[in-house]
Design a protein around this ligand. Structure first.
Ligand code: GLC
Length: 606
């Protein structure tokens, strides 16, 4: 009896916590209120109590510190860096040695792409996980992960890890058991037994990889039917209609949180729930699932953040921040990112203004992850609700090697326009014959300067800080040549990075600019410049302008998206000019001359 009492204390803490009733309500929204629910909730209470009991004192302290400042996720300048570990530093031990480099760039958080044990052979860059509780052996071990999180916490930094919650590898123990005939494991996946039902579902689904992985089902004779595989045939979608799946994934989150992980990128979150007659993306239950996970984590690991990986139309992304109760703390601002590239091609800020406006309605607790590029393709179709088909086509063509850009087209489902692959440096024209290299360099720093001025966390994609170009040779590697996204997943060029302190080299120029933007962005809280970015229309269409005005000082960001010098008439309220934080100079109004691809962050003078 005496050794039960601490467990009871932990269970009581769970059930007495204000987030428990929120959790129960969300769980009921998803799974109903049948009589079996009590047993399931008791099982979840045990998991949470156990996680609480085993959480280290150091992590509990971190939770306390973060919870003491409830809006800590809105802190300005929380720069995050994303990369494949093997391509950046070979392994986790090598990553620890690169922390000085990252810190000198101003990075505060790391997002390594998947590092849990994946299937052998093609694993979609690690997104086909065979074991959620082990590190991919060639990257290191759980001890290396612990060493990394400890090193990061000592530096005041955080780690965001991918949890590929929508699917597992067909080699995961659950799938192996399912293939061997275990019925409980089979119920973790979705299997259709007839071609008719596959066709009925398929009628409404949109292929993610129509060329390399057409359809959303894979015939698996051992399963006696067709397994749901939204992505590659070896990535089996989990069946969240089965509460056991929800619970297992919650256990995974708790397990990793207790290894010191500070946040989770919920991969492919839009696909978590399937409903007949729909595209099976962004269903209400998918939002409820993240809300339920958020509530559960808030009880025992409140300092851990959730990032929605939802590269969809912004109206489908916003609900991931939570509708019934708080959901994800962070979400990719893919609408604004994509719109910025479109606006840059057109030398017209219109589409960027529209998306910045749409993004400004985020809830107060939520923060955008603002970015220029990532490891995936740039999906123009996600702007379909805000732009004409002709616009999408023009941008898609432009970045597939037209205009100044050195990108390439990527597969798209019928009815859409091809997405774009390529490193940011290549997309702006660096290293491309016939393209003015000074202007190309300005385009790259301009985009990064804009995303650092928006509200949210600025994200740097590995190599962009030294203007790393495409891996044009990827298609000579038989293991990668069929997947166009490897174009923008080069190995980090540490020789190039040596030039980062040389202002006369593109590496030095870019590194210094990004480091400076990080610093400026971090200074905004101190200047009391706050609130969501809100677009301002100017008469000069090439100039993107947005304001942030919820603090005691205002910020007006002005970005010239054209290779020409232009004169921008300042908006009313700024006619007197302001202090440009980027150049450190005062600017007087009512109009301002902007150099080609110039960027100003005008703040109210004190
Ligand atoms: C996400 C990842 C992408 C991966 C897919 C399937 O979209 O970012 O790289 O292919 O999920 O896991």
């Amino acid at each position: 009896m005496s050794n039960r009492s601490p467990d009871i204390l932990f269970s009581n803490h769970v059930r007495d916590h204000p987030s428990w009733s929120v959790f129960e309500a969300r769980f009921q929204d998803i799974y109903g209120s049948g009589p079996e629910r009590m047993a399931v909730l008791a099982r979840i209470t045990d998991s949470l109590a156990d996680a609480l009991r085993t959480r280290s004192t150091a992590l509990v302290e971190l939770d306390r510190a973060r919870s003491a400042a409830p809006d800590w996720t809105s802190v300005s300048g929380n720069v995050i860096y994303t990369f494949y570990v093997d391509r950046f530093s070979q392994d986790l031990a090598g990553l620890i040695e690169r922390l000085d480099y990252l810190q000198s760039l101003g990075v505060r958080w790391l997002h390594p792409l998947p590092l849990l044990r994946s299937r052998p052979g093609d694993s979609d860059g690690g997104f086909a996980v065979a074991d959620f509780r082990q590190i991919e052996p060639h990257l290191g071990s759980m001890d290396d992960l612990a060493a990394l999180t400890t090193a990061l916490h000592q530096r005041g930094m955080g780690l965001l890890l991918d949890v590929v919650c929508n699917h597992t590898a067909r080699e995961h123990a659950w799938a192996v058991a399912a293939r061997a005939g275990d019925l409980a494991s089979r119920a973790f996946y979705r299997v259709e037994s007839t071609e008719t039902s596959v066709a009925a579902w398929g009628e409404h689904l949109i292929d993610v990889f129509p060329d390399t992985a057409p359809g959303s089902f894979t015939h698996e004779p051992e399963m006696g039917g067709w397994v749901w595989t939204t992505f590659y045939p070896f990535q089996w979608d989990l069946n969240y209609a089965n509460p056991a799946v929800f619970i297992e994934m919650l256990d995974v989150l708790l397990f990793l949180a207790n290894q010191g992980v500070d946040g989770f990128r919920l991969d492919s979150a839009p696909f978590l729930w399937k409903r007949e007659g729909t595209s099976c993306r962004n269903q209400p239950e998918a939002y409820r699932i993240v809300e339920a996970w958020r509530a559960a984590l808030s009880i025992v690991v409140p300092g851990v953040v959730l990032l929605a990986e939802a590269i969809e139309s912004i109206d489908d992304v916003l609900p991931f921040f939570g509708q019934q109760s708080p959901g994800c703390d962070l979400a990719y601002n893919n609408g604004v990112m994509t719109a910025l590239w479109g606006a840059l091609a057109d030398e017209d800020a219109g589409i960027a203004r529209t998306l910045i406006e749409a993004a400004s309605v985020r809830p107060a607790h939520a923060a955008w992850l603002n970015y220029v590029r990532c490891h995936d393709d740039l999906i123009w179709n996600a702007l379909a609700a805000y732009a004409e088909p002709a616009d999408l086509k023009r941008w898609s063509d432009f970045y597939a090697g037209g205009g100044f850009s050195g990108g390439r087209a990527f597969q798209t489902a019928p009815g859409g326009v091809p997405s774009t692959n390529g490193m940011a440096a290549a997309l702006v024209g660096l290293g491309r014959d016939g393209v003015d290299q000074d202007l190309a360099a300005r385009r790259l720093t301009l985009l990064y300067g804009i995303i650092h001025g928006l509200d949210g966390w600025p994200l740097i994609y590995m190599g962009d800080e030294v203007a790393l170009g495409n891996d044009e040779a990827f298609d000579r590697d038989p293991a990668r040549r069929d997947e166009g996204r490897w174009l923008h997943r080069p190995v980090m060029d540490w020789y190039k990075a040596e030039g980062r302190d040389d202002p006369d080299r593109i590496e030095g120029r870019t590194f210094a600019a990004l480091r400076r933007f990080g610093k400026l962005s971090r200074s905004l809280d101190g200047l009391d410049i706050r609130g969501p970015a809100r677009p301002v229309a100017l008469t000069e269409k090439a100039v993107l302008a947005f304001e942030r005005f919820e603090g005691s000082r205002r910020l007006l960001v002005l970005a010239n998206l054209s290779p020409r010098g232009v004169v921008a008439d300042l908006p009313p309220g700024w006619a007197g000019g302001g202090h440009d934080l980027v150049s450190g100079r005062d600017q007087s109004g009512p109009s301002i001359m902007l150099e080609p691809y110039d960027l100003l962050w005008l703040a109210d003078r004190t």
